[in-house]
Ligand binder design. Sequence first.
Ligand code: PAF
Length: 278
Amino acid sequence: MQLVRSVSQAKKIIASIKKRGMKIGLVPTMGYLHEGHLSLVRIARKKCDFLVVSVFVNPTQFGPEEDFRKYPRDLKRDLRLLKLEGVDLVFYPSVSQMYPDGFRTYVEVVEWSRLLCGASRPIHFRGVTTVVLKFFNIVQPDIAVFGSKDFQQAVIIKKMVKELNLNVRIVTGRIVRESDGLAMSSRNKYLSEKERKNAAVLYQSLKSVKRAYKKGLRKPRPAVEMMAKMIEQKGGGIDYIQTVDKDTLEPVKKLKKGTLIAVAVFFGRTRLIDNILL
Ligand code: PAF
């Protein structure tokens, strides 16, 4: 497994891999890997000949008040885990490699980047699409794998790929959960013991709505209210609970197959997201 820090070296290696006709896979990450990331790596490993994982805490997707500086990092551990998964190349650029002085170019999927998480994190998705497009240009993957916990991110990236005619297939992996149902996230580490215990309500509330839907509930509002009540009882501060179409992220008037229930909640200062598909 090679560790590559510079864009020029990564491009050189990729050029030689392309020449050999190998299929390239990419899993972009911000590091501090958990089973959720590793499940994406395993999906990608099966679908390509040369597997690249990027580890980069991307400053442009964090707002000024957000946790860019304190975002957890542990490269040594990440490398150990990625080696065990048979990764070929870890791309670990510095901020100045990705964003040299005077950097001015951003790509944004307009409007969709302001929905759901974008309402409270207005620059987030612009940062994500910009860095992901840069990774695509550097690594030239045939496939790239993203997680479904960040459902909106995956939808936005698919839209960018389609509209900018990029030659990469986007694959999504399932949400990996802890034994009590909490979706795995590098940010779970910020939770106090009590917050961590209470945060399990997120998935419980999503499952309650899905159960109610199966029994005939079709109105979004009672579904949202049911979730809000459960979450607030456990001390969660709701950023949003929304019922949207899984492809367009538009709010739905009626719950149906393909409706995404998406939620963002603060436990203490930690913002967690989760979702379920009906
Ligand atoms: O999902 C993430 O970890 C990040 O948003 C990504 C896709 C690696 C871009 O920085």
